[in-house]
Design a protein around this ligand. Structure first.
Ligand code: COA
Length: 194
């Protein structure tokens, strides 16, 4: 079911492009998020979430979630995620946060958190999309999961979000057959890390 991910490039080893694809983006640095980054993480998340999901989810869901995202304590998110063996990596472009990825052990009951990592959030500021930053962040997160002994990783993506699914499929991730139903159904994607 799963595609094999090259953890150095973040690209599927099946059908990887011949040239010009790298896990690194000129001028962009990947760093572990620090307390000083937390306001910027919140701002990137709120801005990107709002733009991405405005026309993709029911209005009430949109308003409720956006209100939650606006008041999220990112210092606490980073602290808690780090405490359970994960973290948040941020992409900085000339000192500004252009995107981030929150990763850690799976919280799904049907997977072993000692074996399976999870991408909890991946957001790239719309002004910085399609420059390779999402790919680089995902690669940084999956590399760290692999270094912590994980052999696979999963993530949930909105069933109707073709753009995000195209991004993950391009990097070798595949739907594993699990689906969360509800007003905003999600599909689970999976990738091997070894
Ligand atoms: C999905 C997201 C993280 C991708 O980040 P990004 O920095 O724009 O992606 P990259 O530039 O690294 O793209 C890598 C490859 O993925 C594919 N891809 C990326 N965005 C795509 C899109 N909108 N449509 C189709 N394919 C896409 C392309 O093949 C791309 O390579 P190319 O530009 O050489 O063709 C970013 O668009 C984003 O933050 N979206 C909003 C939030 C979101 O959907 N997060 C995921 C929720 S599960």
């Amino acid at each position: 079911m799963s595609g094999k991910l090259n953890i150095e490039t973040g690209v599927s080893e099946e059908g990887a492009p011949a040239t010009g694809v790298s896990g690194k983006v000129a001028g962009v640095e990947i760093v572990a998020a620090q307390p000083a980054h937390c306001d910027a993480l919140r701002d990137v998340h709120v801005k990107t979430w709002a733009v991405t999901f405005r026309d993709r989810v029911p209005d009430e869901f949109y308003r409720e979630r956006l209100a939650m995202h606006r008041v999220r304590d990112w210092a606490e998110v980073v602290r808690r995620q780090t405490a359970v063996g994960g973290g948040v990596v941020a992409a900085t472009d000339n000192g500004h946060i252009a995107g981030f990825c929150q990763y850690g052990p799976t919280e799904d009951e049907d997977d072993d958190p000692g074996e399976v990592g999870h991408i909890h959030r991946l957001y790239v500021d719309p002004l910085h999309q399609r420059k390779g930053i999402g790919r680089t962040l995902l690669s940084a997160a999956t590399t760290r999961l692999r270094q912590r002994g994980m052999s696979a990783a999963t993530l949930w993506v909105l069933e109707t979000d073709e753009r995000a699914q195209a991004f993950y499929r391009r990097l070798g991730w595949k739907p594993d057959g699990e689906r969360k139903s509800g007003s905003t159904p999600d599909l689970r994607y999976r990738s091997l890390l070894v």
